[in-house]
Design a protein around this ligand. Structure first.
Ligand code: AMP
Length: 418
């Protein structure tokens, strides 16, 4: 397999899929540039080796249509600054960038507009439900269009570098299909991909115990696959965040106006049963910090997670829960964290996530390997100033979890030819 270190970029145009899906504030300023920094080693290496760069990425979920708030044009100057180049040129239509690509010279950088302004990037038919009898035909047609789109992107460059770990679990035009249009000697993984894949291998191949996973976030449904999978690997599992209330409800508790998935109560009970069967210690929040509205300035009430009065919603792990989480993490040797323990974006409801982050930092100082993944957990670690106190911060959320599940990521398979 070709590697980025073996490839001679001199005089070549490299099209690089990065993950610049960075969070922006309402004025279009980047609030967390972890993903841009993550791609820099690959991008700088190509420029330093005499190549020209064509950078492509998605941002947000524009659903196959152009939308100004998702324009990558907003971040091109920040990317230029991070790369240390005077200018990043911009192609406002990623599927019609032939002229801009042809004019590109060694040492120059061109960024394509958001790939997801075209439905072909994701390759899913638009405006038709799966139940529709015409769905299969529409899907086939979209797959053909996806190939054409990938071929167009490929035509801009001499070689392809896949460095978007955050989307490597998706078989999209730019993350996987495009690789078909380059021969084996002209496609490779970037440094970030190599590093991320190795970090997962480190965790899985030599698990130091006790191994604890902390899964938070808003819903149990989006994480059930990985939760079930982790129950076969970990010694302890902290389940926190919004999913707490689906578990409390499943046991007949009162959860007031807390976030809940009423159709997942049996799933919650199934998780508890599997944990018991596998001898995994399941750690959940005994108490909650509730708010009387979903805002930072809401009035607060601390109460048991399963006895929340009407008019209140659980928005953070309570003081007892915070102590319990910290105690569970203490002494662990392998730690995986994905998803916050509360609405951490509100300063008044971030205490649970902070307690987890600080306990992870302490355990890491005592020799644990800690792996943090998913945009929100990474944002937490950055918000609490703990980024240099954990072992590894992944740029991937879903991709990290699928890799941990042991799945081969399509973005990796496309390069390795698996
Ligand atoms: P996810 O996208 O499922 O990983 O969830 C991340 C989001 O979950 C964050 O934006 C948090 O604000 C949110 N979250 C965490 N705990 C709660 C809670 N108790 N109620 C509502 N949202 C929550």
């Amino acid at each position: 397999m070709m590697t980025i270190d073996n490839y001679n970029f001199a005089g070549k145009k490299a099209i690089v899929r990065v993950d610049f899906n960075v969070p922006l504030d309402e004025n279009g300023n980047i609030t967390d540039d972890t993903r841009i920094r993550g791609a820099l080693p690959t991008l700088k290496h190509i420029l330093d080796n005499g190549g020209a760069l064509i950078i492509m990425s998605h941002m947000g979920k524009p659903k196959g249509k152009p939308a100004a708030k998702y324009s990558l044009g907003q971040i091109k100057d920040a990317v230029a600054k991070a790369l240390g180049v005077a200018e990043v040129k911009f192609a406002p239509d990623c599927a019609k960038a032939q002229a801009e690509a042809a004019a590109l010279k060694a040492g120059e950088v061109l960024m394509l507009e958001n790939l997801r302004f075209y439905p072909e990037e994701e390759g899913k038919p638009v405006g038709i439900e799966k139940e529709d009898p015409a769905y299969e035909a529409a899907k086939k047609e979209m797959k053909a269009r996806q190939k054409d789109f990938a071929k167009t992107l490929a035509s801009y460059a001499d070689c392809y570098v896949m460095d978007a770990f955050g989307t490597a679990h998706r078989k999209h035009a730019s993350t996987a299909v495009i690789a078909d249009y380059f021969d084996a000697d002209n496609k490779m993984l970037g440094y970030l991909m190599e590093k991320e894949v190795k970090a997962v291998d480190n965790v899985l191949s030599d698990i130091k115990r006790p191994f604890i996973a902390i899964m938070g976030g808003s819903k149990v449904s989006s994480k059930i696959g990985i939760i079930e999978n982790l129950l076969g690997k970990v010694d302890k599992l902290i389940l926190c965040g919004g999913m707490t209330y689906t578990f409390a409800k499943a046991h007949g508790g009162n959860i007031g106006g807390s976030i809940v998935e009423l159709d997942k109560l049996d799933v919650a009970l199934g998780v508890e049963e599997l944990a018991k069967k596998n001898g995994v210690e399941l750690v959940m929040a005994p108490d909650a910090i509730c708010g009387d509205s979903f805002s930072n300035d809401a009035k607060q009430l601390v109460c048991p997670s399963d006895a929340i009065p009407e008019g209140w919603e659980g928005m953070d792990a309570g003081p007892e829960a915070q102590k319990k989480f910290a105690a569970a993490i203490k002494g662990c040797k392998t730690i995986l964290w994905n998803g916050p323990a509360g609405v951490f974006e509100f300063d008044n409801f971030c205490g649970g996530s902070r307690a987890i982050g600080e306990a992870i930092a302490e355990a890491t100082a005592e020799g644990a390997f800690s792996l943090i993944g998913g945009g929100d957990s990474v944002a937490c670690v950055n918000k609490f100033g703990l980024a240099d106190k954990v072992s590894y911060i992944s740029t991937g959320g879903g991709a990290l979890l699928e890799a941990i599940e042991g799945k081969v990521l399509p973005g990796v398979a496309a390069i390795k030819g698996e």
